[in-house]
Design a protein around this ligand. Structure first.
Ligand SMILES: Cc1cc2nc3c(=O)[nH]c(=O)nc-3n(C[C@H](O)[C@H](O)[C@H](O)COP(=O)(O)O)c2cc1C
Length: 415
């Protein structure tokens, strides 16, 4: 059986031999002739500020990072602002058995919406998990009267330029000033950040553990199947679903991506082998630094939202600084899988040992660095496809406020 990498290499030769079916597949994926792609319009919509008022918040929210580009969200525009709802059906199955990553994606959307609110000239209040009787209602962005807002945020242009970069990077250090800018990213008191140089002992330990965790995932049929179900091979599926992962954003060069598109769709197993190779031989060795976002309880819903918002903020800062970034979450994903199956916590113990603070646990892992070219944008469902009716119209702001304060107090007591 040939690996995807070998297959991609030999695909160049196949293309030169000129299989018309292959060429049709490459055109189908928009990789040879770059036809207009409706699944990328959401990026232009934000960059050209097509949407005004509360819809501008949704336009920014949908560009957030989400696990496997599942986009697990639904928005509702109401009298008081914009409500955000979790869509549990858009899930990653055994890759995310507790929905921890799904909530992180929603946290990223909340973060972008908060930034976008600074374009409205209205005072904004973000309420997390505002409705105790509806856990799917993950946030309300409350908009106050006009004329009381803050100035447009300096990171707004980065929202439309932030893309996950899975390619071959250039290496080299990240400057102390850049690390400081990232380290000073505002985040809730319950969220911490730990970064280490890729060549430092802890960086090397992180890399070794990430390879082990990737290998474990590739040997887990349920995890691989769940991951595979979000891979959109054909142009038709990309246009129809406007979500998930594609070969164009997998990190291979545009030429190799075009050649890879000539191949028939890959199985979950061959995708796994390619992913393990790419992680071990490309992602880890060409990174400049690694980082971990940590919280006391990764499975606490509020903490998961805040961790995702923190990732979104870090990635926007990195983009504004001209750095590239990629989440590398195999380790936290294996911690969840062990926990779900009641296995001995081998990965959990190893991940905890990367941290200085024994009270914290890693919930999000990533690499940072420099690249010669930016990454391509990923597919997105546009604003018109993600707006629905408020799940619960009789929303009680005062009650939600009291509940949020009680949650804050409960969190504070845990420290
Ligand atoms: C919680 C979470 C976990 C993620 N884990 C990974 C990962 O392990 N590897 C990776 O390449 N991308 C990961 N991503 C990035 C998403 O795949 C990416 O955001 C999505 O495909 C959309 O692409 P974009 O970020 O370029 O807009 C993760 C994102 C989130 C929010």
């Amino acid at each position: 059986m040939i690996s995807r990498r070998t297959a991609l290499r030999t695909a160049g030769g196949a293309a030169l031999l000129g299989g018309t079916a292959g060429l049709a597949r490459a055109i189908d994926q928009g990789l040879v002739l770059d036809f207009d792609k409706p699944a990328l319009h959401a990026w232009d919509d934000w960059n050209s500020r097509r949407h005004a008022g509360p819809l501008a918040l949704v336009s920014a929210g949908i560009l957030a990072s989400s696990p496997h580009n599942t986009q697990p969200w639904r928005f509702a525009i109401g009298r008081l602002g914009v409500d955000l709802f979790e869509v549990p059906e858009r899930n990653l199955g055994a890759m995310d058995p507790f929905g921890r990553e799904r909530l992180a994606g929603l946290g990223g959307a909340i973060h972008n919406m908060a930034l976008a609110s600074t374009t409205l000239g209205r005072e904004t209040m973000v309420r997390l998990l505002p409705d105790a009787s509806n856990p799917l209602h993950v946030a309300r962005i409350e908009l106050g009267p006009e004329g009381q807002g803050s100035a447009p945020h300096s990171l707004l242009p980065a929202i439309g330029r932030r893309h996950t970069h899975r390619g071959n990077w250039l290496g080299g250090p990240i400057s102390a000033a850049e690390l400081r800018a990232l380290d000073e990213a505002p985040r809730g008191p319950e969220v911490r950040l730990q970064m280490f140089a890729a060549g430092a002992p802890r960086g090397q330990r992180f890399a070794a553990l990430t390879v082990e965790a990737t290998q474990a995932i590739t040997e887990d049929a349920a995890m691989m199947e769940a991951s595979h179900s979000w891979f959109r091979h054909s142009r038709r599926d990309q246009d129809r679903f406007k979500d998930g992962l594609t070969i164009a954003t997998s990190g291979v060069s545009p030429f190799i991506a075009a050649m890879g598109a000539l191949l028939p769709p890959q199985s979950a197993a061959s995708e796994g082998r390619y992913w393990l190779d790419a992680t071990r031989d490309t992602a880890l060795p060409t990174a400049s630094a690694f980082g971990l976002i940590t919280v006391a309880d990764p499975w606490d819903r509020r903490s998961a939202l805040l961790a995702g918002a923190t990732w979104q903020r870090l990635h926007l800062i990195a983009t504004a600084l001209g750095l590239v970034a990629q989440p590398l979450n195999q380790l936290p994903e294996m911690v969840d899988r062990e926990r779900e199956l009641g296995r001995p916590p081998r990965f959990a113990r190893a991940a905890d040992a990367l941290l200085d603070d024994v009270l914290l646990r890693p919930t999000f892992a990533f690499r940072l660095g420099h690249a010669a070219a930016p990454a391509r944008p990923a597919l997105r469902r546009p604003v018109s496809e993600v707006i629905g009716f408020p799940a619960r119209l009789g929303y009680d702001v005062d009650r939600a406020r009291a509940e949020t304060l009680a949650q804050d107090a409960a969190m504070a007591r845990r420290f």
